[in-house]
Design a binder for this molecule. Structure first.
Ligand code: ADP
Length: 487
């Protein structure tokens, strides 16, 4: 019936609480019983103590003096309402009672015990032949010479005491049961408030795992506590997963499209060349077709390389071949490579080679060129015809530990809400321009592997500035790079 947390609570907490309450109830009942019994014992003992005064001197001188003294005592006994009194002869036989009725064959043992006791006094509790519970106490009366002349027994019915003890015990047990019931109800309600949302959460998580992200809407934030935080975390996770899933799907369709465009161009031109009769294709068209095929296969290689790099970064297998390099020369070369394209696209590249030698940087020449290419490619891609892309390599003796490359364009810019995410994999702020959305993620990772930084600042309609910051080579940099990087 009970499982999970409820069962654990039952076993661990409830069992301990029940055991403690049972212990308290049993102790209380014991204390009550003991108190009532000892109060009866005390009243018997105080009556018996008075006897010492009554039977002192001549009234206890011999059996007949005792018998007549006892008769007076029984007649004048003032506690008849509370207890009965019996006079016993020297052999323990009942000779006189306050009720006038002489019981026979009762199981009293107090006379024999009192005779043996030094105190001449003993109790008895048990059942009378009538079935009634009773307590009696017997005091032996001795003559001056010490012989037993008789005894007096006081007897009290235990029935009213027992029923009072029973009533109090029932009340104590009822209170104990009420406490346990209260504890069980409040405990179960508390556990239900934990178990129910967790169960709903795990159902939602299972649905999310199956790809049903709408299940996150069913997660309600009912409590402002750890459970509430957990609900928030799971629904945030579901939203992130949904976004990533969406981005991944977009990425796949984008990449497929990116691959298809050059392939269509290559296939188209290859078919044109094959179908045209030998020699009928003029030199200009042939050169144009070959140019397209070479350019488009280069684009394909670029896309595949980018995907491979992305895969390497994802699995931590990116390998750097580090050496001391002149970053200025490498950047210079990359800008030069893109100059022709910029002219074709009608964009002005503003770049002045500082014609000086800057301190070296420890890094992988090809990977860093890949970063420069990506940043400059983005600048050209997102800048319309007639725009400007300005590039600078900066080194200042005020900051002798770093060298910076700053690329600023006058392109479309990145909206502020997209800016913090453009370095994430698959993220594209601008869906209208071609690109897989992983270029900046790869570039950022390469910069991190070099212990450098890639910062982007942008404003919509004004342009974008990308700053690459490299640490200058220091003695021992060879050891400072992470193991995976040195492989
Ligand atoms: P993509 O292949 O789409 O260019 P990137 O990872 O290189 O992917 O860039 C991610 C996104 O950042 C781009 O989709 C674009 O929205 C934005 N972005 C990057 N560079 C620029 C830039 N110079 N100007 C405007 N937007 C840019």
């Amino acid at each position: 019936m009970f499982k999970g947390i409820t069962k654990r609570w039952m076993l661990n907490t409830l069992s301990v609480v029940v055991a403690i309450i049972v212990l308290i109830v049993v102790t209380l009942i014991f204390v009550v019983t003991y108190t009532f019994r000892s109060s009866v014992e005390q009243s018997l003992a105080s009556a018996a103590n008075e006897l010492t005064l009554v039977f002192s001197g001549k009234s206890a001188g011999n059996v007949s003096a005792f018998t007549s003294g006892a008769r007076d005592y029984v007649e004048n006994f003032d506690k008849k309402e509370q207890m009965g009194v019996m006079v016993l002869n020297s052999s323990g036989k009942i000779v006189l009672t306050s009720t006038g009725f002489i019981p026979e064959n009762e199981a009293f043992t107090d006379f024999d015990e009192a005779c043996e006791n030094q105190t001449d006094y003993a109790y008895w509790t048990g059942k009378l032949r009538s079935g009634e519970h009773a307590m009696s106490a017997t005091r032996i009366v001795r003559s001056d010479s010490g012989t037993v002349v008789g005894a007096v027994r006081y007897i009290v019915s235990m029935e009213p005491v027992n029923s009072r003890v029973m009533l109090i015990s029932i009340i104590i047990i009822a209170i104990g049961l009420a406490i346990i019931a209260l504890f069980v109800f409040s405990g179960l309600a508390f556990i239900r408030s934990i178990v129910k949302p967790i169960r709903r959460l795990s159902e939602a998580a299972a649905q999310i795992a199956q790809g049903d992200f709408s299940a996150s809407e069913k997660i309600e934030h009912k409590y402002d506590d750890e459970i509430g935080d957990l609900c928030d975390a799971v629904s945030d996770m579901a939203k992130d997963l949904q976004t990533t899933e969406q981005m991944k799907n977009d990425f796949i369709s984008r990449v497929s499209h990116e691959l298809r465009t050059p392939l269509t161009a290559i296939k188209g031109w290859a078919e044109t060349m094959q179908l045209s009769e030998r020699g009928t294709l003029d030199r200009r068209t042939f050169d144009k077709g070959m140019g397209v095929i070479i350019k488009e296969s280069g684009r394909l290689t670029g896309i595949v390389e980018e995907l491979l790099d992305f895969g390497r970064i994802q699995s931590g297998r990116m390998v750097l071949m580090c050496e001391k390099i002149d970053i200025l020369a490498e950047f210079d070369e990359t800008v030069y490579m893109l100059k022709e394209r910029a002219v074709e696209e009608g964009i002005h590249i503003l770049y002045d080679d500082p014609e000086t030698v800057y301190p070296p940087v420890y890094g992988d020449r090809n990977r860093l060129k890949q970063v420069f290419l990506n940043i400059l490619d983005n600048a050209l891609k997102y800048t319309p015809k007639g725009g400007v892309v300005a590039a600078q390599v900066l080194y200042s003796p005020d900051e002798p530990d770093v060298i910076r490359i700053v690329v600023t364009d006058s392109g479309c810019g990145i909206p502020p809400e997209d800016l913090p995410r453009v370095k994430e994999k698959f993220y594209k702020a601008n869906q209208t321009v071609r690109g897989s959305g992983i270029g900046l993620a790869v570039a950022d990772e390469i910069m991190n592997l070099h212990h450098g930084k890639l910062d982007i600042d942008s404003s919509v309609g004004v342009g974008t500035t990308v700053t690459l910051t490299f640490p200058i080579y220091k003695e021992g940099d060879e050891q400072a790079l992470p193991e995976s990087v040195k492989l």
